[in-house]
Ligand binder design. Structure first.
Ligand SMILES: Cc1cc2nc3c(=O)[nH]c(=O)nc-3n(C[C@H](O)[C@H](O)[C@H](O)COP(=O)(O)O)c2cc1C
Length: 288
């Protein structure tokens, strides 16, 4: 949406503060007079990677999992599965597989959200029919179902005061993770979710401006370069990326100017998880 560039001058309200925290911009539309607390919580959401050691009560976890299952799902097929890791030895194994993210060790709860074709294949067979949808579209539907369930879980967990962080890095060791979790053919991990009571308040990460993400009627990225530069500058002022955090130093060396877009470009310039397709083809997905 090409939002009006006209700034609405008004005193700071809870909404304008939250919006400014999220985008580094003042809203260019009138702020709601009253801030709905559910919306405020969503605007302020952030990932948490440091947790207090306190456990999450099993009943609370089951309530949050019920919230996860309340997410919408394509054709109501519910093509996802959630593995809640409880066994201590398995947890130790998962911590080791995720050693590149040492903070996961401190998360009291670990859930793995998976896309699941297998259940639909079994349901079809149980009702005497042949499954005819082992294709790309179903693969995406399963991934989307799993992601929506994960986000429903996250919003519910945050409403209960918990913090979460999704981890796609789980797919760096996809064969070992799938074997450890006993994932059969037709089931693939989308992301792991670490959950616990936050040890720190965390911070709101600045998002791309709505002008780059929300389009009105037709896709139009004509302003990409100008908007990107402005976003980089805003974001760098608030969260500069320190030189030691620059990606792929071995390929690109250290840059003097290094903002969000440089980081994104470096990340996207090197193939990540190039073996994922082969994993899927080997594990029952045709991706036709
Ligand atoms: C699908 C997905 C995978 C992610 N994988 C990782 C990960 O492997 N490691 C990590 O530290 N954070 C991961 N994150 C968290 C993102 O880095 C985080 O959402 C992003 O930096 C924005 O920060 P915020 O969530 O605090 O707003 C992932 C998020 C999503 C949605």
């Amino acid at each position: 949406m090409k939002l009006s560039k006209e700034k609405v001058m008004e005193p700071e309200t809870p909404f304008t503060r939250l919006y400014e925290d999220r985008f580094g911009l003042a809203p260019d539309f009138p702020a709601p007079a009253e801030m709905n607390p559910a919306l405020a919580a969503i605007l302020a959401r952030r990932s948490h990677r440091r947790f207090r050691p306190d456990p999450v009560a099993p009943d609370l976890l089951r309530t949050l999992l019920a919230c996860a299952q309340s997410a919408p799902a394509k054709s109501d097929l519910q093509q996802y599965a959630i593995i809640a890791i409880r066994d201590a030895a398995l947890r130790t194994q998962m911590n080791a597989l995720l050693a590149s993210q040492p903070w996961v060790v401190g998360a009291p709860v670990m859930l793995v959200f998976c896309g699941d074709f297998r259940r639909g294949q079994r349901v079809t067979a149980l009702r005497g029919l042949a499954h005819a949808n082992n294709n790309m579209d179903s693969f995406m539907n399963a991934a989307v179902d799993a992601a929506l369930a994960m986000q429903s879980f996250i919003l519910a967990a945050e409403a209960a005061g918990l913090g979460c962080c999704p981890l796609s890095v789980i797919r760096n060791r996809i064969e070992e993770v799938s074997a450890a979790l006993g994932l059969p053919d037709g089931v693939f991990p989308v992301a792991c979710l670490c959950v616990g009571w936050p040890a720190a308040a965390g911070f709101t990460t600045l998002r791309l401006p709505p002008a780059l993400v929300v389009h009105e009627d037709r896709y139009d990225d004509g302003d990409l370069e100008a908007e990107l530069t402005a976003y980089d500058t805003r974001r760098h002022k608030r969260f500069p990326i320190t030189p030691d955090k620059q990606l792929h130093l071995e390929h690109y060396g250290q840059a003097e100017t290094y903002h969000w877009s440089h980081n994104a470009a470096r990340r996207l310039s090197r193939p990540e998880r190039a073996g994922f397709r082969d994993f899927l083809l080997k594990h029952g997905f045709k991706l036709a």
